[in-house]
Design a protein around this ligand. Sequence first.
Ligand SMILES: [Zn+2]
Length: 384
Amino acid sequence: MKSLSTNTIDESIFSEPATMRAARLHVIGEPMRVDEIPVPQIGPDDVRVEVKACNLVPNLGNILANWKAWNPGLPLPELPAVFGLDTTGVVAAVGKNVARTKIGQRVYVNPGVSCGTCLACSRKDTMNCKNYTFMGYFGFGPECQPIYDRYPLGGLAENIIAPVANIVPIPDNITFEQGARFGYLGTSFSALKKGAVRADSTLLVLGITGTLGVGCVLNALALGVGRIYGTGRNSELLEKVKAIAPDRIEVINLDHGPVAPRLWELTGGDGIEVAVNCLGPGAPAAYVVDAFAAMARGGRFVNVSGVQERPALDIFDLMCRQVSLISSNWFSVQEGLEMAELARIGLLDLSRFEQSSWKLADVNTAINSLPNRHGGFSNYTVVP
Ligand SMILES: [Zn+2]
């Protein structure tokens, strides 16, 4: 390992490993195979990261088994493909234009890549690129395949290639496995930012016990939010979430009827100023409608959930009460940098996760274990 002191091509890129092991999906619905594949060359603005952990996000099973049928407008990479959304590792090579990122640095790789040529990209609004593509996962536009061609790797491999603009250095006080949680953490972090949450806000987290929900709580605590209300159905998990900060968190079981009256009572009539919807895709839309009834005048409801059932929202009522519905998808590199700093100074506590790791060779066992997760507390990773 060596570090670069000048902005020149690092000689090590010429002695890069020619091949590496990677788990690849060859056929939808079939197990992955661990193959020996070429290591792609990095471009002048890219880095190669030696993978130390890749998160198995809860949605991965759906991506691998059902995605093409469920979401034909959200293209997968051409098969065979290396999947894996959230990757951490050590920078092993840097392109000639890379100045600040150094070989040996511990990093998270934000997988969201933009095309650089669409209208949004020309305005530097890269998160709204019409071809925004997650390396190793899926994309949002019709022209994602050229991005997959340039960045063909997800994190279920020994190395990943990424634009340096996607790199988030992670602090020494978090593990690679904890850092690989940044994706779902970042999703809720961006939601809280878009909801303009403040220390004195009343915050509702719908689905507080899931992967997004627990992450939302940890971020809200890090940002100093004093009054956090959460809904869920698993009593044991609800109590476990409340135990993180009993004086700041109240939990409500969705099985006990509508939550809006209880939320008005708990907030002393203030209502909910910011709501983040973290419900799972199969949750009833009635939960969403119920939560809107708890929104304060001027409140902001931020949706990061994939709830499939369509809620019947009274938009006249929302207009009268100036309640906003904000859609949020993923998070920016800048937001990742902010989370990394909150973790470094101890405000974002990632020690709550229950860690399970598998070797790359056991990737199929790991994927098949996803339904066994202990709500949002589980953190499943593959460590090559
Ligand atoms: Zn674009």
